[in-house]
Design a protein around this ligand. Structure first.
Ligand SMILES: NC(=O)c1ccc[n+]([C@@H]2O[C@H](COP(=O)([O-])OP(=O)(O)OC[C@H]3O[C@@H](n4cnc5c(N)ncnc54)[C@H](O)[C@@H]3O)[C@@H](O)[C@H]2O)c1
Length: 455
């Protein structure tokens, strides 16, 4: 099939690469000329395991191409996937300007039947708005043409995106047009061979399904983070509690990790957007408002622990920070807890030397020349003469570190582990002071304002 993917970011590039891998002819469009130039010169603008060889293989075979030419891109595909960004607007609602601009572009250039597939995460009712935008652009040309708008939210996880796309749990298709449904079944048939994974529904239910999934996962994380705070106060270990409840099949083991809060390009903005949708319809989504509030507090958890440990004064202190990406196996730092940690520690007068296995370029872009922050080229370099090590991302290479090296290189042997990577008993037996999240003993969590006011 001939497919166009509009928006060549984390979702668009993975979608384009995986569809071309199955033999389709895919043209990826982006308005970012720099991104397209990188792709056309054989490079890849993001870090995503397994993506680079797949892109190269299919580009060489002529099945995967990249362009900034809107008209050519619209002409190319019968299926046009929209995978552009939907960042939060000032009021928290999803900003649809990129989606609607893509829709108008389609209406301005289409000359035959198209299936327009909303793959971006978009609020309920967006398929109708896309349809209207295309219709309006066609009307301006004095044309009326048949087309369908389908909702096909994406569930891939950054860090495992290729795998998720190639072996999806489910494929949600919201469609009310028989011809479009047949084409969607055909394009996804190779990804659905061992069992039928395609769940067909109306567009509004499909749109809501995506938000419901992310909201549920974010809720689990905030729930555990809140319990972790309680665990510290009552002398329980949240890791034991996690095992204890996760073994119940009604609960399951995933997304139950206490830590420094959720980040990334999806959960924060999607929870906000769903709360906003509720407000528009007069429904107060109280659980989700609490999920967001708990997460805002949790992103500060390491800063609060550090402050408490240093008696409220971080002037002149220096810290090693391991992990900048919002989660492992990605270079994405959108809404990453590390950003809050960096800005807060610097604001409180400390300096930071940070290291991340793949997000260093992104860190340079995000932080620029931030006074007090330097980037280390390897983990040990970050440790040298720091007052403590802070861990914000659970990269594999941090999971079994050289504790002796940590002990020797730090000014004092002190770890604040925001991802509960280590066994507190083991680390302490090595002569290292250890503070995890929700691990029963250790420093009680004290809010900055309490420390500042002496409360
Ligand atoms: N990143 C994820 O893990 C993930 C997972 C599932 C769903 N989503 C959703 O998918 C959508 C895209 O997310 P992303 O992380 O890939 O975003 P991204 O920012 O990485 O990529 C979006 C791309 O769209 C391009 N773009 C913007 N307007 C355009 C236009 N009119 N025509 C062509 N290109 C245009 C941008 O230049 C950018 O390269 C969002 O709605 C997001 O919520 C993301």
């Amino acid at each position: 099939m001939k497919v166009t993917v509009i928006g060549t970011g984390y979702v668009g590039l993975v979608t384009g690469a995986c569809l071309s891998e199955m033999g389709n002819h895919v043209l990826c469009l982006d308005v970012d000329e720099h991104k397209i130039a990188i792709l056309n010169s054989g490079g890849i603008p993001i870090h995503e395991p397994g993506l680079e060889p797949m892109v190269k293989r299919n580009a060489v075979a002529g099945r995967l191409q990249f362009t900034t030419d809107i008209a050519a891109a619209v002409h190319h595909g019968t299926l046009l996937f929209i995978g552009v960004g939907t960042p939060p607007d000032e009021d928290g609602s999803a900003d649809l300007q990129y989606v609607l601009s893509a829709a108008r572009n389609i209406g301005q250039h289409m000359t035959d039947y198209k299936v327009i597939v909303d793959k971006s995460t978009v609020p309920v009712g967006t398929a109708d708005r896309v349809r209207a935008a295309v219709q309006e652009a066609l009307a301006k040309r004095g044309l009326s043409m048949e087309f369908a708008v389908v909702s096909n939210p994406e569930f891939l996880k950054e860090g495992a995106a290729v795998d998720d796309f190639m072996r999806p749990d489910r494929i949600i298709v919201g469609a009310d047009d028989e011809r479009a449904t047949l084409l969607m079944r055909a394009i996804y048939a190779p990804f659905s061979r061992n069992r039928d994974k395609l769940l067909l529904m109306d567009t509004r239910s499909a749109e809501l399904t995506k938000y419901a999934a992310n909201a549920m996962l974010a809720t689990r994380i905030s729930f555990m983070n809140e319990l972790a705070r309680l665990a510290e106060c009552v002398g329980a270990d949240i890791e034991l509690v996690r095992h204890g409840i996760g073994s119940d099949p009604r609960i399951g083991t995933r997304f139950l990790y206490a830590g420094t809060g959720y980040g990334g390009s999806c959960f924060p903005k999607d929870v906000k957007a769903l709360v906003r949708t509720g407000q528009e319809f007069g429904i107060d989504l109280r659980v989700l408002a609490a999920v967001e509030a708990v997460n805002d507090i949790q992103k500060r958890v390491l800063v609060d622990k550090v402050l408490a440990r240093f008696e409220g004064n971080l002037q002149g202190r220096s810290f090693a920070l391991w992990g900048l990406a919002f989660k492992p196996d990605t270079d994405d730092m959108r809404d990453a807890p590390s950003r809050v940690i960096v800005h807060e520690l610097l604001r409180l007068g400390a300096t930071i030397r940070a290291y991340d296995p793949v997000a260093m370029d992104e860190a340079r872009r995000v932080f620029g020349d931030l006074p007090g922050l330097s980037l280390a080229s390897h983990p040990a370099e970050a440790l040298q003469d720091a007052d403590a090590l802070l861990i914000a991302t659970e990269w594999r290479e941090f999971k079994s570190p050289d504790f002796e090296q940590i002990r020797v290189l730090l000014k004092q042997p002190l770890i604040f582990d925001g991802r509960n990577l280590f066994d507190p008993v083991l680390v302490r037996s090595l002569g290292i002071e250890y503070h995890g999240v929700g691990r029963g003993e250790g420093v009680r969590q004290t809010r900055t304002d309490n420390v500042a006011s002496g409360a």
